[in-house]
Design a protein around this ligand. Structure first.
Ligand SMILES: NC(=O)c1ccc[n+]([C@@H]2O[C@H](COP(=O)([O-])OP(=O)(O)OC[C@H]3O[C@@H](n4cnc5c(N)ncnc54)[C@H](O)[C@@H]3O)[C@@H](O)[C@H]2O)c1
Length: 291
């Protein structure tokens, strides 16, 4: 038995043949200069995709298929410029990867006082980068995917702390927000060619989570960043995947949102009239907007 009740064999592998749908696709992403994002850039270029990277740090991966722009994801105008650059270079956008992120900044429980002894506000840096950043990226992404007759997808990098408690309060709260963002955006696109998904990689070797440090201090064995990158690529390449949360650990993969939602639905037993389906909600929302 795997942790949390699943069986190890219900995890699956991602084969190279599952990712072939990314050839010639234009992917705009944030956080492509290190860790999971950099692995994603390299693997996507290997699949023949064109990548437009926004990051505060220079992207080490160079070449005709990689366009880099210095972007701070907390700045709307800088993100807008990234998407405009992608259109200028490639005339279309097929997929979007909202991946940039930092670690925790504030637990929201420790008192810090000003010179009058008044409580200072919390530091919102992690919330700004890890939640507001993906909101900006997703909004821009959907705007441009709506202009693409083939549609496309947005993948947001959430985390297992999106659905479990974590002492890193601001990080866990931002990542819960990323899962909520995916679920609530996706509800608008039922029966369309636009899809929104997220990845929730467990410990993954990166700038944020150095592998040696994790092993030496916590005894945790991280998966390589390529594993998390492949989960994002699968969500883009497989047009049947929408509203999914792709968990990965030790390079094994499992879709978990159906499990999470299945558990809550059976616990609260929604009946007729309790909760409209996403499709009904989307239709009502459209009706309201047009009347
Ligand atoms: N490594 C893990 O175990 C793990 C697990 C779950 C989720 N994540 C998430 O994966 C994503 C990628 O992180 P990583 O682990 O590869 O770490 P990383 O530090 O190696 O990469 C993060 C990238 O984001 C960029 N970045 C940071 N702040 C930015 C900003 N304001 N604007 C633009 N770019 C910015 C960094 O320059 C870097 O290139 C993050 O959202 C992180 O929260 C990581």
């Amino acid at each position: 038995m795997a942790q949390n009740g699943g069986t190890e064999d219900s995890f699956f592998d991602i084969k190279d043949s599952d990712l072939t749908g990314l050839k010639d696709k234009v992917i705009v992403m944030t956080g492509g200069s290190s860790g999971i994002g950099l692995a994603f850039v390299k693997l996507c270029v290997g699949q023949g995709a064109k990548i437009v990277v926004g990051d505060v740090n220079e992207c080490p991966e160079k070449g005709d298929d990689v366009t880099f722009m210095k972007v701070d994801v907390t700045d709307w105008k800088q993100q807008l410029a990234l998407f405009k650059k992608a259109i200028e270079v490639h005339q279309k956008i097929d997929h979007v990867f909202a991946n940039a992120g930092i670690g925790p900044t504030d637990t929201f429980v420790k008192d810090e006082l000003d010179s009058n002894g008044d409580l200072l506000p919390p530091n919102m840096r992690t919330m700004d980068i890890d939640l507001n950043g993906p909101i900006y990226t997703s909004k821009l992404g959907i705007h441009y995917l709506n202009k693409n007759p083939s549609g496309g997808s947005v993948v947001i990098t959430a985390s297992p702390s999106s659905f479990s408690p974590f002492v890193a309060t601001d990080y866990g709260t931002a990542k819960h927000g990323c899962l909520g963002l995916m679920r609530n955006l996706n509800a608008h696109f039922v029966d369309t060619n636009i899809r929104v998904n997220c990845i929730t990689p467990l410990w993954t070797a990166s700038g944020l989570v150095p592998a040696e440090h994790m092993q030496q201090t916590l005894g945790i064995i991280s998966q390589p960043p390529e594993a998390a990158a492949r989960s994002a690529m699968l969500l883009m390449a497989d047009e049947n995947r929408r509203g999914q949360t792709m968990f990965s650990k030790r390079s094994m993969f499992k879709e978990v949102d159906s499990i999470l939602m299945g558990a809550i639905h059976s616990a609260i037993a929604p009946g007729e009239g309790d909760m409209p389906t996403s499709k009904e909600q989307a239709q009502k929302y459209k009706d309201q907007m047009t009347t």
